[in-house]
Design a protein around this ligand. Structure first.
Ligand SMILES: *Cc1c(COP(=O)(O)O)cnc(C)c1O
Length: 404
């Protein structure tokens, strides 16, 4: 290994843009410039003694790719550097990262307080799966710190949120919720999928763990599934790392490689994603067909100040309410030719969804209404196309509404 490749000693003062490109590189004897992929399931030991030492954890080195793979480790070190975390454990998907945190740290009888505005599949995981193993979850409104406090029980071990929320872009006060969690000897876990470390570093505000779906912006081009958990070495070693090693939701080296190459351009991409989103949001806000636009970069956003405090930029997910309910929303979507009608987000390609009939259809009408997800609501994940082309396409949607 080239001594110049080491991290973090020489890298302590580097900027995020540099870390995104340089952190975690451990060159092999081949002196490759770009990071290598190691498609191997196991690693060879020089002697029986070395094998024994590695298995016992007394000597460093690779053993088996379910828990040690050099490409995956490079991804972990780079993402940890970007989040300002000591350590990171990569997982096969974002949901595997959530599962790793829950199964790695909790036991039957424990209680979670979670924002009710989290990814739908995470709600299913908490209720339908963890519930069967004796871990109960109470869901509360993200922005109402008082109801988080009220929901705490003696056995509450974890507070869980995403900020901004999907699809209404509500902001959770990370610092306030971290204080609440710590006063209760509980952990605060933030799913930072929407912002990525390029826009927001939850650990800075007191969160204990950050979860990622690397499938989204970290990959950035909608190619691979992946996930990660970032935090202190001590906390990750107290359960999550061993859960991945033992239960096996491991990130493949190929996916790790795609995602770590994605990290190199993350900052640049996020800036353009956000610039495009800001312009689309302002343009939509001025349309008479639109009741309301939800975007933290708009002056009408009730928590714009908190968003500006926690986030470098407002993000690239926005939603808007169309007059005319589901019929209008579907007419609008079906008239588009450029925007992709797909559930993914965080892609270079702009995507649009109708939450009430897709991502949030399993939530039930009443819960949807309580959460403010109306039938006329559309969510856009603004991509990297030229913003004028995106606007022209959205114009097709408005033209179709006018022609009804
Ligand atoms: C997509 C997503 C997940 C799940 O990630 P997968 O990689 O699809 O398993 C978790 N949280 C948020 C906020 C997401 O958008």
């Amino acid at each position: 290994m080239n001594s110049k490749d080491r991290h973090p000693d020489w890298a302590a003062h580097l900027h995020p843009e540099t870390l995104a490109i340089r952190a975690g590189i451990h060159r092999t004897r081949e002196q490759e410039h770009s990071e290598a992929i190691f498609p191997t399931s196991s690693f060879v030991f020089a002697s029986a003694e070395e094998a024994a030492e590695r298995f016992a954890g007394r000597a460093p080195g690779n053993i088996y790719a379910r828990f040690t793979n050099p490409t995956v480790r490079t991804f972990e070190e780079r993402l940890a550097a970007l989040e300002g975390a000591e350590a990171c454990v990569a997982t096969a998907s974002g949901m595997a990262a959530c599962l790793t945190v829950f199964m790695g740290l909790l036991k039957a009888g424990d209680h979670i307080v979670a924002s009710r505005a989290i990814f739908g599949t995470t709600v299913q995981l908490l209720t339908n799966i963890l519930g069967r193993f004796g871990v109960e979850t109470t869901f509360v409104p993200l922005a109402d710190v008082a109801s988080w406090r009220t929901a705490l029980r003696p056995n509450t071990r974890m507070l869980f949120l995403e900020t901004p929320s999907n699809p209404l872009t509500e902001i959770g006060d990370i610092r306030a919720l971290a204080a609440l969690a710590h006063a209760h000897a509980a952990w605060l876990v933030v799913d930072n999928c929407f912002c990525t470390p390029a826009l927001q570093q939850p650990l800075q505000f007191g969160a204990d763990l950050v979860i990622h779906s690397a499938t989204k912006y970290l990959d950035g081009q909608g190619r691979t599934l992946g996930g990660a958990v970032c935090g202190s070495t001590e906390l990750l070693n107290s359960g999550p790392r061993n859960f991945v090693r033992t239960a096996g939701p491991s990130l493949s080296p190929f996916n790790a490689w795609v995602q770590l190459k994605g990290l190199e351009t993350l900052g640049l991409r996020m800036e353009r994603h956000c610039a495009n989103a800001q312009r689309i949001a302002e343009w939509l806000e001025a349309r008479p067909e639109v009741v309301r636009v939800y975007y933290p970069g708009l002056r009408n956003h009730p928590q714009q100040a908190l968003a500006a405090l926690q986030q470098r930029l407002p993000g690239a997910i926005l939603s808007f309410d169309l007059r005319g309910g589901q019929a209008a929303a579907w007419t609008f979507v079906d008239a588009l030719r450029l925007l992709s009608l797909t559930a993914n987000l965080g892609d270079a390609k702009t995507t649009i969804t109708h939450p009430a009939s897709t991502t949030h259809s399993r939530v039930g009408v009443e819960a949807r209404a309580a959460a403010g997800i109306g039938d006329g609501l559309l969510r856009i994940s603004v991509g990297l196309e030229h913003v004028d082309d995106l606007r022209d396409d959205l114009e097709r949607g408005f033209a179709a509404l006018a022609a009804r």
